[in-house]
Design a protein. Structure first.
Length: 544
Protein backbone atom coordinates (compact mmCIF):
# COMPACT_ATOMS: atom_id res chain seq x y z
CA UNK A 1 0.00 0.00 0.00
CA UNK A 2 1.43 3.45 -0.93
CA UNK A 3 2.36 6.07 1.63
CA UNK A 4 -0.40 8.37 2.84
CA UNK A 5 -0.64 11.53 0.74
CA UNK A 6 -2.67 13.58 3.22
CA UNK A 7 -1.28 15.94 5.90
CA UNK A 8 -0.52 14.35 9.24
CA UNK A 9 -2.60 15.25 12.27
CA UNK A 10 -0.92 16.44 15.50
CA UNK A 11 0.98 13.82 17.47
CA UNK A 12 -0.97 14.58 20.66
CA UNK A 13 -4.14 13.14 19.14
CA UNK A 14 -3.59 9.96 21.03
CA UNK A 15 -5.48 8.34 23.91
CA UNK A 16 -3.97 8.03 27.38
CA UNK A 17 -3.73 4.67 29.10
CA UNK A 18 -6.53 5.77 31.43
CA UNK A 19 -8.79 6.69 28.52
CA UNK A 20 -8.14 3.35 26.84
CA UNK A 21 -9.00 1.57 30.10
CA UNK A 22 -12.23 3.57 30.44
CA UNK A 23 -13.23 2.80 26.85
CA UNK A 24 -12.55 -0.88 27.45
CA UNK A 25 -15.53 -0.86 29.81
CA UNK A 26 -17.76 0.30 26.95
CA UNK A 27 -16.42 -1.75 24.03
CA UNK A 28 -15.00 -5.07 23.01
CA UNK A 29 -11.38 -6.09 22.44
CA UNK A 30 -10.70 -8.41 19.55
CA UNK A 31 -7.82 -9.64 17.42
CA UNK A 32 -7.65 -8.63 13.76
CA UNK A 33 -5.86 -10.14 10.78
CA UNK A 34 -4.08 -8.39 7.93
CA UNK A 35 -6.54 -6.93 5.38
CA UNK A 36 -9.49 -7.30 7.75
CA UNK A 37 -12.06 -4.55 7.14
CA UNK A 38 -13.05 -2.51 10.19
CA UNK A 39 -15.19 0.18 8.51
CA UNK A 40 -16.64 0.05 5.02
CA UNK A 41 -17.31 3.25 3.06
CA UNK A 42 -21.04 3.91 3.04
CA UNK A 43 -21.76 2.21 6.37
CA UNK A 44 -24.54 4.14 8.11
CA UNK A 45 -23.59 2.75 11.53
CA UNK A 46 -20.01 2.07 12.46
CA UNK A 47 -17.83 1.63 15.52
CA UNK A 48 -15.05 3.74 16.97
CA UNK A 49 -11.82 1.73 16.85
CA UNK A 50 -8.84 2.12 19.15
CA UNK A 51 -5.70 0.41 17.86
CA UNK A 52 -4.14 -1.58 20.71
CA UNK A 53 -1.53 -3.48 18.68
CA UNK A 54 -0.57 -3.41 15.01
CA UNK A 55 -1.69 -0.73 12.54
CA UNK A 56 -4.91 0.30 10.83
CA UNK A 57 -5.20 2.26 7.59
CA UNK A 58 -7.87 4.68 6.43
CA UNK A 59 -8.42 4.10 2.71
CA UNK A 60 -10.47 5.89 0.07
CA UNK A 61 -12.20 3.94 -2.73
CA UNK A 62 -10.98 0.60 -1.42
CA UNK A 63 -10.96 -2.18 -3.99
CA UNK A 64 -11.17 0.17 -6.98
CA UNK A 65 -8.52 1.49 -9.41
CA UNK A 66 -8.74 4.80 -7.51
CA UNK A 67 -7.79 3.37 -4.11
CA UNK A 68 -5.81 5.83 -2.02
CA UNK A 69 -4.26 5.59 1.42
CA UNK A 70 -5.40 8.47 3.61
CA UNK A 71 -3.73 7.81 6.98
CA UNK A 72 -2.16 5.17 9.22
CA UNK A 73 -2.88 4.68 12.91
CA UNK A 74 -0.77 2.75 15.42
CA UNK A 75 -1.19 1.83 19.10
CA UNK A 76 -3.35 4.20 21.25
CA UNK A 77 -4.52 6.08 18.18
CA UNK A 78 -8.11 5.75 17.03
CA UNK A 79 -10.02 5.38 13.78
CA UNK A 80 -13.06 7.62 13.42
CA UNK A 81 -14.27 10.84 11.88
CA UNK A 82 -16.86 13.58 12.38
CA UNK A 83 -19.64 11.57 10.73
CA UNK A 84 -19.58 9.23 13.74
CA UNK A 85 -20.97 12.10 15.84
CA UNK A 86 -23.22 13.76 13.26
CA UNK A 87 -24.83 10.60 11.89
CA UNK A 88 -23.34 10.67 8.38
CA UNK A 89 -22.29 7.49 6.63
CA UNK A 90 -18.58 6.64 6.59
CA UNK A 91 -16.76 8.43 3.76
CA UNK A 92 -13.87 5.95 3.73
CA UNK A 93 -12.93 2.39 4.62
CA UNK A 94 -10.64 1.32 7.45
CA UNK A 95 -8.59 -1.86 7.26
CA UNK A 96 -5.98 -3.61 9.39
CA UNK A 97 -2.59 -3.52 7.64
CA UNK A 98 -0.85 -5.48 10.40
CA UNK A 99 -2.16 -8.30 12.54
CA UNK A 100 -2.94 -7.00 15.99
CA UNK A 101 -5.68 -6.07 18.40
CA UNK A 102 -8.36 -3.37 18.38
CA UNK A 103 -10.97 -2.07 20.80
CA UNK A 104 -14.36 -1.58 19.10
CA UNK A 105 -16.69 0.88 20.87
CA UNK A 106 -20.24 1.44 19.53
CA UNK A 107 -20.80 4.90 18.06
CA UNK A 108 -23.65 5.63 20.46
CA UNK A 109 -21.34 5.11 23.45
CA UNK A 110 -18.82 7.54 21.96
CA UNK A 111 -21.50 10.17 21.35
CA UNK A 112 -22.60 9.91 24.98
CA UNK A 113 -19.04 10.07 26.30
CA UNK A 114 -18.17 13.11 24.17
CA UNK A 115 -20.94 15.09 25.88
CA UNK A 116 -20.31 13.78 29.41
CA UNK A 117 -16.48 13.68 29.68
CA UNK A 118 -14.97 17.13 28.93
CA UNK A 119 -11.37 15.96 28.47
CA UNK A 120 -12.29 13.07 26.24
CA UNK A 121 -14.87 15.15 24.38
CA UNK A 122 -12.41 17.95 23.61
CA UNK A 123 -9.81 15.47 22.34
CA UNK A 124 -12.27 13.63 20.10
CA UNK A 125 -13.91 16.79 18.77
CA UNK A 126 -10.53 18.37 17.99
CA UNK A 127 -9.34 15.21 16.24
CA UNK A 128 -12.53 14.77 14.25
CA UNK A 129 -12.64 18.43 13.16
CA UNK A 130 -9.00 18.29 12.05
CA UNK A 131 -9.65 15.07 10.16
CA UNK A 132 -12.75 16.50 8.46
CA UNK A 133 -10.76 19.57 7.45
CA UNK A 134 -8.06 17.36 5.96
CA UNK A 135 -10.61 15.26 4.06
CA UNK A 136 -12.27 18.40 2.68
CA UNK A 137 -8.90 19.88 1.73
CA UNK A 138 -7.64 16.87 -0.22
CA UNK A 139 -10.98 15.86 -1.70
CA UNK A 140 -11.51 12.50 -0.04
CA UNK A 141 -15.16 11.45 -0.13
CA UNK A 142 -17.84 12.35 -2.67
CA UNK A 143 -17.08 13.02 -6.35
CA UNK A 144 -19.07 15.73 -8.11
CA UNK A 145 -18.69 15.68 -11.90
CA UNK A 146 -20.14 18.62 -13.79
CA UNK A 147 -19.53 21.83 -15.66
CA UNK A 148 -18.60 25.01 -13.87
CA UNK A 149 -21.32 26.72 -15.92
CA UNK A 150 -24.08 24.42 -14.62
CA UNK A 151 -26.38 25.89 -11.98
CA UNK A 152 -26.94 22.39 -10.56
CA UNK A 153 -23.20 21.80 -10.27
CA UNK A 154 -22.90 25.05 -8.35
CA UNK A 155 -25.85 24.04 -6.14
CA UNK A 156 -24.30 20.70 -5.24
CA UNK A 157 -20.90 22.22 -4.59
CA UNK A 158 -22.50 24.86 -2.35
CA UNK A 159 -24.43 22.18 -0.47
CA UNK A 160 -21.38 20.04 0.31
CA UNK A 161 -19.36 23.14 1.25
CA UNK A 162 -22.06 24.48 3.60
CA UNK A 163 -22.35 21.06 5.26
CA UNK A 164 -18.57 20.59 5.49
CA UNK A 165 -18.82 17.36 3.51
CA UNK A 166 -15.60 15.98 2.04
CA UNK A 167 -15.87 16.06 -1.75
CA UNK A 168 -13.86 16.59 -4.91
CA UNK A 169 -15.21 18.44 -7.93
CA UNK A 170 -14.21 17.29 -11.42
CA UNK A 171 -14.78 20.16 -13.85
CA UNK A 172 -15.92 19.01 -17.29
CA UNK A 173 -14.49 22.20 -18.77
CA UNK A 174 -10.91 21.67 -17.61
CA UNK A 175 -10.42 18.20 -16.14
CA UNK A 176 -9.65 15.63 -18.87
CA UNK A 177 -10.18 12.86 -16.33
CA UNK A 178 -13.80 13.98 -15.83
CA UNK A 179 -14.74 13.23 -19.45
CA UNK A 180 -12.97 9.86 -19.27
CA UNK A 181 -14.82 9.00 -16.07
CA UNK A 182 -18.20 9.81 -17.64
CA UNK A 183 -17.34 7.62 -20.63
CA UNK A 184 -16.37 4.78 -18.30
CA UNK A 185 -19.67 5.15 -16.42
CA UNK A 186 -21.73 5.47 -19.59
CA UNK A 187 -23.10 8.88 -18.59
CA UNK A 188 -23.59 11.44 -21.41
CA UNK A 189 -22.53 15.02 -20.56
CA UNK A 190 -26.14 16.27 -20.78
CA UNK A 191 -27.05 14.10 -17.78
CA UNK A 192 -24.51 15.80 -15.52
CA UNK A 193 -23.86 16.79 -12.84
CA UNK A 194 -23.46 13.42 -11.18
CA UNK A 195 -22.36 12.54 -7.68
CA UNK A 196 -20.40 9.37 -6.94
CA UNK A 197 -20.67 8.37 -3.31
CA UNK A 198 -18.36 5.93 -1.56
CA UNK A 199 -16.72 4.97 -4.85
CA UNK A 200 -19.70 2.96 -6.02
CA UNK A 201 -23.13 4.63 -5.93
CA UNK A 202 -24.01 6.95 -8.81
CA UNK A 203 -26.52 9.79 -8.33
CA UNK A 204 -27.64 11.66 -11.44
CA UNK A 205 -28.22 15.35 -10.69
CA UNK A 206 -29.62 14.64 -7.23
CA UNK A 207 -31.59 17.22 -5.29
CA UNK A 208 -30.04 18.41 -2.05
CA UNK A 209 -32.49 16.22 -0.15
CA UNK A 210 -31.59 13.15 -2.24
CA UNK A 211 -27.90 13.71 -1.67
CA UNK A 212 -28.49 14.23 2.04
CA UNK A 213 -30.43 10.98 2.27
CA UNK A 214 -27.68 9.11 0.43
CA UNK A 215 -25.07 10.11 3.01
CA UNK A 216 -27.27 9.69 6.07
CA UNK A 217 -28.14 13.28 6.97
CA UNK A 218 -31.43 13.49 8.94
CA UNK A 219 -34.56 14.21 6.92
CA UNK A 220 -38.00 15.50 7.96
CA UNK A 221 -40.69 12.97 8.73
CA UNK A 222 -42.85 11.80 5.85
CA UNK A 223 -45.95 12.51 7.91
CA UNK A 224 -47.35 15.57 9.68
CA UNK A 225 -45.47 15.79 12.99
CA UNK A 226 -45.99 18.01 16.01
CA UNK A 227 -43.69 19.33 18.72
CA UNK A 228 -43.51 21.95 21.45
CA UNK A 229 -41.01 24.17 19.67
CA UNK A 230 -40.23 24.65 15.98
CA UNK A 231 -36.92 26.40 15.26
CA UNK A 232 -36.71 27.54 11.65
CA UNK A 233 -33.09 28.22 10.76
CA UNK A 234 -29.95 26.83 12.35
CA UNK A 235 -27.40 29.61 12.50
CA UNK A 236 -25.99 30.56 15.93
CA UNK A 237 -29.35 31.98 17.08
CA UNK A 238 -31.33 28.92 15.99
CA UNK A 239 -28.78 26.50 17.44
CA UNK A 240 -28.84 28.38 20.74
CA UNK A 241 -32.64 28.17 20.82
CA UNK A 242 -32.40 24.43 20.09
CA UNK A 243 -29.94 23.81 22.93
CA UNK A 244 -31.90 25.78 25.51
CA UNK A 245 -35.32 24.63 24.33
CA UNK A 246 -34.38 20.96 24.45
CA UNK A 247 -32.57 21.36 27.78
CA UNK A 248 -35.79 22.81 29.27
CA UNK A 249 -37.64 19.66 28.26
CA UNK A 250 -39.42 21.13 25.25
CA UNK A 251 -39.79 18.73 22.32
CA UNK A 252 -37.69 20.67 19.83
CA UNK A 253 -37.36 20.29 16.05
CA UNK A 254 -34.88 22.36 14.01
CA UNK A 255 -35.44 22.92 10.27
CA UNK A 256 -32.94 24.37 7.82
CA UNK A 257 -32.99 24.47 4.04
CA UNK A 258 -29.26 23.97 3.50
CA UNK A 259 -26.99 23.36 6.49
CA UNK A 260 -26.46 24.06 10.16
CA UNK A 261 -24.32 27.06 11.08
CA UNK A 262 -25.89 29.77 8.93
CA UNK A 263 -23.62 32.50 7.61
CA UNK A 264 -21.39 32.06 10.66
CA UNK A 265 -20.83 28.43 9.68
CA UNK A 266 -18.87 29.66 6.66
CA UNK A 267 -16.57 31.84 8.75
CA UNK A 268 -12.98 30.55 8.79
CA UNK A 269 -12.33 32.00 12.24
CA UNK A 270 -14.46 33.87 14.79
CA UNK A 271 -12.02 35.64 17.07
CA UNK A 272 -14.29 37.89 19.16
CA UNK A 273 -16.52 35.17 20.63
CA UNK A 274 -16.46 35.05 24.42
CA UNK A 275 -14.43 32.20 25.90
CA UNK A 276 -12.36 31.38 22.80
CA UNK A 277 -9.31 33.68 22.90
CA UNK A 278 -7.63 31.82 20.02
CA UNK A 279 -10.88 31.91 18.04
CA UNK A 280 -12.83 29.06 16.52
CA UNK A 281 -14.20 28.36 13.08
CA UNK A 282 -17.88 28.72 12.32
CA UNK A 283 -17.97 25.03 11.39
CA UNK A 284 -16.59 24.05 14.79
CA UNK A 285 -19.12 26.24 16.58
CA UNK A 286 -21.94 24.65 14.58
CA UNK A 287 -20.76 21.08 15.16
CA UNK A 288 -20.37 21.60 18.90
CA UNK A 289 -23.82 23.22 19.14
CA UNK A 290 -25.53 20.47 17.14
CA UNK A 291 -23.98 17.76 19.32
CA UNK A 292 -25.00 19.68 22.43
CA UNK A 293 -28.58 20.15 21.21
CA UNK A 294 -28.89 16.46 20.28
CA UNK A 295 -27.59 15.56 23.74
CA UNK A 296 -30.72 17.19 25.19
CA UNK A 297 -33.00 15.55 22.64
CA UNK A 298 -33.41 18.16 19.89
CA UNK A 299 -34.13 16.75 16.43
CA UNK A 300 -32.70 18.19 13.21
CA UNK A 301 -34.04 18.02 9.66
CA UNK A 302 -31.49 19.26 7.12
CA UNK A 303 -32.13 20.03 4.33
CA UNK A 304 -35.77 20.93 4.92
CA UNK A 305 -36.78 24.14 3.19
CA UNK A 306 -39.78 25.88 4.77
CA UNK A 307 -42.07 27.30 2.10
CA UNK A 308 -44.95 28.74 4.16
CA UNK A 309 -46.49 28.91 7.62
CA UNK A 310 -50.02 29.36 8.97
CA UNK A 311 -51.55 29.68 12.42
CA UNK A 312 -54.17 27.02 12.99
CA UNK A 313 -56.05 26.45 16.25
CA UNK A 314 -53.36 28.19 18.29
CA UNK A 315 -50.49 26.23 16.71
CA UNK A 316 -48.16 26.90 13.79
CA UNK A 317 -47.96 24.65 10.75
CA UNK A 318 -45.00 24.98 8.39
CA UNK A 319 -45.08 23.46 4.91
CA UNK A 320 -41.84 22.07 3.53
CA UNK A 321 -40.67 21.97 -0.08
CA UNK A 322 -41.18 18.20 -0.23
CA UNK A 323 -44.87 18.50 0.71
CA UNK A 324 -44.45 17.43 4.34
CA UNK A 325 -45.59 19.55 7.27
CA UNK A 326 -44.49 20.19 10.84
CA UNK A 327 -46.61 21.65 13.64
CA UNK A 328 -45.29 23.53 16.65
CA UNK A 329 -46.96 25.03 19.70
CA UNK A 330 -44.36 27.82 19.59
CA UNK A 331 -41.98 28.90 16.85
CA UNK A 332 -38.61 30.64 16.74
CA UNK A 333 -37.74 32.42 13.50
CA UNK A 334 -33.98 32.22 13.02
CA UNK A 335 -33.66 32.19 9.24
CA UNK A 336 -31.08 34.97 9.21
CA UNK A 337 -30.25 37.02 6.17
CA UNK A 338 -28.44 36.50 2.89
CA UNK A 339 -25.88 38.75 1.26
CA UNK A 340 -27.17 41.21 -1.31
CA UNK A 341 -26.09 41.12 -4.95
CA UNK A 342 -24.26 43.85 -6.80
CA UNK A 343 -26.33 45.73 -9.36
CA UNK A 344 -24.25 44.80 -12.43
CA UNK A 345 -25.63 43.80 -15.85
CA UNK A 346 -23.35 40.77 -16.28
CA UNK A 347 -23.44 39.52 -12.69
CA UNK A 348 -25.84 36.65 -13.31
CA UNK A 349 -23.70 35.28 -16.13
CA UNK A 350 -20.57 35.18 -13.98
CA UNK A 351 -22.40 33.87 -10.91
CA UNK A 352 -22.32 30.43 -12.53
CA UNK A 353 -18.57 30.12 -12.16
CA UNK A 354 -16.75 33.14 -10.75
CA UNK A 355 -18.89 35.01 -8.20
CA UNK A 356 -19.22 33.84 -4.59
CA UNK A 357 -21.13 34.91 -1.48
CA UNK A 358 -19.20 32.76 1.00
CA UNK A 359 -15.54 32.04 1.74
CA UNK A 360 -15.29 28.45 2.88
CA UNK A 361 -12.46 26.04 2.16
CA UNK A 362 -14.23 24.93 -1.01
CA UNK A 363 -14.10 28.47 -2.43
CA UNK A 364 -10.54 28.88 -1.21
CA UNK A 365 -9.40 25.86 -3.22
CA UNK A 366 -11.03 27.36 -6.32
CA UNK A 367 -8.89 30.50 -6.15
CA UNK A 368 -5.56 28.86 -5.29
CA UNK A 369 -2.71 31.06 -6.62
CA UNK A 370 -5.15 33.33 -8.49
CA UNK A 371 -5.92 37.05 -8.11
CA UNK A 372 -9.30 37.76 -6.52
CA UNK A 373 -11.44 40.77 -5.60
CA UNK A 374 -13.59 41.05 -2.45
CA UNK A 375 -16.34 43.66 -2.12
CA UNK A 376 -17.51 44.73 1.33
CA UNK A 377 -16.51 46.57 4.47
CA UNK A 378 -18.01 44.54 7.34
CA UNK A 379 -16.62 41.74 9.44
CA UNK A 380 -17.64 39.07 6.94
CA UNK A 381 -15.60 40.77 4.23
CA UNK A 382 -12.70 41.17 6.65
CA UNK A 383 -12.75 37.53 7.71
CA UNK A 384 -12.93 36.43 4.08
CA UNK A 385 -9.99 38.67 3.19
CA UNK A 386 -7.80 37.31 5.98
CA UNK A 387 -8.71 33.69 5.16
CA UNK A 388 -8.48 33.83 1.36
CA UNK A 389 -5.14 35.65 1.48
CA UNK A 390 -3.66 32.27 2.48
CA UNK A 391 -4.69 30.83 -0.91
CA UNK A 392 -4.99 33.59 -3.52
CA UNK A 393 -1.95 35.14 -5.19
CA UNK A 394 -3.40 38.59 -4.48
CA UNK A 395 -6.51 39.99 -2.82
CA UNK A 396 -8.03 43.40 -3.53
CA UNK A 397 -10.64 44.53 -1.02
CA UNK A 398 -13.08 47.05 -2.51
CA UNK A 399 -14.68 49.37 0.05
CA UNK A 400 -17.37 51.83 -0.98
CA UNK A 401 -16.91 54.10 2.03
CA UNK A 402 -13.85 56.23 2.86
CA UNK A 403 -12.37 53.70 5.31
CA UNK A 404 -12.80 50.28 6.92
CA UNK A 405 -13.30 51.42 10.50
CA UNK A 406 -16.98 52.32 10.14
CA UNK A 407 -18.24 48.72 10.12
CA UNK A 408 -15.28 46.37 10.59
CA UNK A 409 -13.79 45.30 13.92
CA UNK A 410 -10.40 46.71 14.79
CA UNK A 411 -8.72 43.33 15.14
CA UNK A 412 -9.60 42.49 11.54
CA UNK A 413 -8.42 45.84 10.22
CA UNK A 414 -5.08 45.43 11.99
CA UNK A 415 -4.66 41.96 10.50
CA UNK A 416 -5.57 43.02 6.98
CA UNK A 417 -3.12 45.93 6.81
CA UNK A 418 -0.30 43.54 7.73
CA UNK A 419 -0.99 41.14 4.86
CA UNK A 420 1.51 41.59 2.04
CA UNK A 421 -0.74 40.26 -0.72
CA UNK A 422 -3.80 42.35 0.23
CA UNK A 423 -4.63 45.78 -1.20
CA UNK A 424 -7.48 47.89 0.19
CA UNK A 425 -9.17 50.34 -2.20
CA UNK A 426 -11.43 52.67 -0.21
CA UNK A 427 -13.95 55.00 -1.78
CA UNK A 428 -14.21 52.60 -4.71
CA UNK A 429 -17.03 50.78 -6.51
CA UNK A 430 -17.21 47.94 -9.00
CA UNK A 431 -18.44 49.13 -12.39
CA UNK A 432 -18.05 46.15 -14.72
CA UNK A 433 -17.14 42.46 -14.81
CA UNK A 434 -14.87 41.50 -17.69
CA UNK A 435 -14.48 38.10 -19.33
CA UNK A 436 -16.05 35.65 -21.75
CA UNK A 437 -17.00 32.31 -20.21
CA UNK A 438 -15.29 33.08 -16.88
CA UNK A 439 -14.23 36.20 -15.01
CA UNK A 440 -10.92 37.68 -16.11
CA UNK A 441 -10.95 41.18 -14.60
CA UNK A 442 -13.00 43.74 -12.70
CA UNK A 443 -13.35 47.40 -13.65
CA UNK A 444 -13.62 49.78 -10.68
CA UNK A 445 -13.87 53.53 -10.20
CA UNK A 446 -12.91 55.74 -7.28
CA UNK A 447 -14.73 58.78 -5.87
CA UNK A 448 -13.14 61.06 -8.47
CA UNK A 449 -14.47 58.92 -11.31
CA UNK A 450 -11.09 57.52 -12.28
CA UNK A 451 -11.31 53.96 -13.58
CA UNK A 452 -8.88 51.07 -13.37
CA UNK A 453 -8.98 47.40 -14.30
CA UNK A 454 -7.99 44.74 -11.78
CA UNK A 455 -7.04 41.18 -12.68
CA UNK A 456 -9.52 38.87 -10.98
CA UNK A 457 -10.40 35.21 -11.47
CA UNK A 458 -13.04 35.33 -8.72
CA UNK A 459 -15.27 37.94 -7.11
CA UNK A 460 -16.51 37.64 -3.51
CA UNK A 461 -19.44 39.85 -2.48
CA UNK A 462 -20.30 40.79 1.13
CA UNK A 463 -22.33 44.00 0.82
CA UNK A 464 -25.16 43.87 3.32
CA UNK A 465 -27.98 41.54 4.15
CA UNK A 466 -31.44 40.76 2.83
CA UNK A 467 -33.68 38.98 5.38
CA UNK A 468 -34.91 35.46 4.62
CA UNK A 469 -38.56 36.16 5.44
CA UNK A 470 -40.45 35.44 2.22
CA UNK A 471 -41.90 32.21 3.68
CA UNK A 472 -43.64 34.07 6.52
CA UNK A 473 -46.38 35.62 4.40
CA UNK A 474 -48.48 37.94 6.59
CA UNK A 475 -48.08 35.90 9.79
CA UNK A 476 -45.95 38.56 11.50
CA UNK A 477 -45.20 42.23 11.02
CA UNK A 478 -42.06 43.17 9.05
CA UNK A 479 -40.24 46.49 8.91
CA UNK A 480 -39.71 48.48 5.70
CA UNK A 481 -36.65 46.37 4.83
CA UNK A 482 -38.34 43.02 5.39
CA UNK A 483 -36.86 42.23 8.82
CA UNK A 484 -39.16 40.89 11.56
CA UNK A 485 -40.44 43.39 14.10
CA UNK A 486 -40.33 42.32 17.75
CA UNK A 487 -41.14 43.73 21.17
CA UNK A 488 -42.76 47.14 21.40
CA UNK A 489 -41.83 47.72 17.75
CA UNK A 490 -44.25 44.93 16.80
CA UNK A 491 -47.35 46.31 18.51
CA UNK A 492 -50.17 47.24 16.21
CA UNK A 493 -53.65 48.63 16.77
CA UNK A 494 -55.31 45.19 16.64
CA UNK A 495 -52.92 43.69 19.20
CA UNK A 496 -53.76 44.65 22.75
CA UNK A 497 -51.41 42.16 24.45
CA UNK A 498 -48.04 43.17 25.81
CA UNK A 499 -45.21 41.80 23.68
CA UNK A 500 -41.91 40.60 25.16
CA UNK A 501 -38.59 41.76 23.80
CA UNK A 502 -38.19 39.05 21.16
CA UNK A 503 -41.83 38.17 20.53
CA UNK A 504 -43.31 39.13 17.19
CA UNK A 505 -46.75 40.54 16.46
CA UNK A 506 -47.97 36.93 16.57
CA UNK A 507 -48.15 35.53 20.13
CA UNK A 508 -45.97 32.46 20.50
CA UNK A 509 -43.69 33.36 17.59
CA UNK A 510 -40.24 34.76 18.37
CA UNK A 511 -37.56 36.21 16.09
CA UNK A 512 -33.85 36.02 16.88
CA UNK A 513 -30.55 36.81 15.22
CA UNK A 514 -30.00 38.57 11.91
CA UNK A 515 -33.61 38.18 10.77
CA UNK A 516 -34.87 40.37 13.62
CA UNK A 517 -35.33 44.07 12.99
CA UNK A 518 -32.73 46.09 14.90
CA UNK A 519 -30.59 43.11 15.88
CA UNK A 520 -26.85 43.35 16.47
CA UNK A 521 -25.16 41.38 13.68
CA UNK A 522 -22.76 39.47 15.92
CA UNK A 523 -22.53 35.77 16.76
CA UNK A 524 -22.55 36.34 20.52
CA UNK A 525 -25.65 38.52 20.29
CA UNK A 526 -27.44 35.89 18.20
CA UNK A 527 -26.60 33.16 20.71
CA UNK A 528 -27.90 35.32 23.56
CA UNK A 529 -31.15 36.07 21.74
CA UNK A 530 -31.70 32.37 21.05
CA UNK A 531 -31.37 31.59 24.76
CA UNK A 532 -33.62 34.48 25.81
CA UNK A 533 -36.33 33.52 23.33
CA UNK A 534 -36.64 30.11 24.97
CA UNK A 535 -37.22 31.62 28.40
CA UNK A 536 -39.95 33.80 26.90
CA UNK A 537 -41.45 30.90 24.94
CA UNK A 538 -41.48 28.77 28.09
CA UNK A 539 -43.32 31.52 29.95
CA UNK A 540 -45.81 31.85 27.11
CA UNK A 541 -46.55 28.10 27.22
CA UNK A 542 -47.18 28.23 30.99
CA UNK A 543 -49.86 30.92 30.56
CA UNK A 544 -51.80 29.08 27.88
Amino acid sequence: MPEASTPLEPEDICLSEGQVAALSELGRRRCVEVEETLIRAGDLTWDFYVVLAGKAAVVESRGTPYERLVSLHGPRRFVGELGLLTGEAAFYSAVAVEAGEVLAVPGGQIRSLVTSDPDFGDLILRAFLIRRSILVGVGVGLRIVGSRYSADTRRLRDFVARNQLPAKWLDLEEDKGAEALLTHLGVPPQETPIVISYGQRLLRNPSNAELAAAIGLPAPSSRKSSCDLLVVGSGPAGLSAAVYGASEGMETVVLDGVATGGQAGLSSRIENYLGFPAGLSGAELAVRAVIQAKKFGAKFAVPAEVMSVIRDDGQFTVRLDDGNAMVGASMVIATGARYRRLDLPSLERFEKASVYYAASQAEAMMCQDKPIVIVGSGNSAGQATAFLSNFASSVTLIVRGPELGASMSRYLIDRIVRLDNVTVLAGTQVQELIGDSALEAVSVSDSSGQRRVLDAKALFIFIGMAPATGWLGDLVELDDHGFVRTGSDARSAHNAWQTSALETSQPGVFAVGDVRSGSTKRVAAAVGEGAMAIRLAFQRMQFR
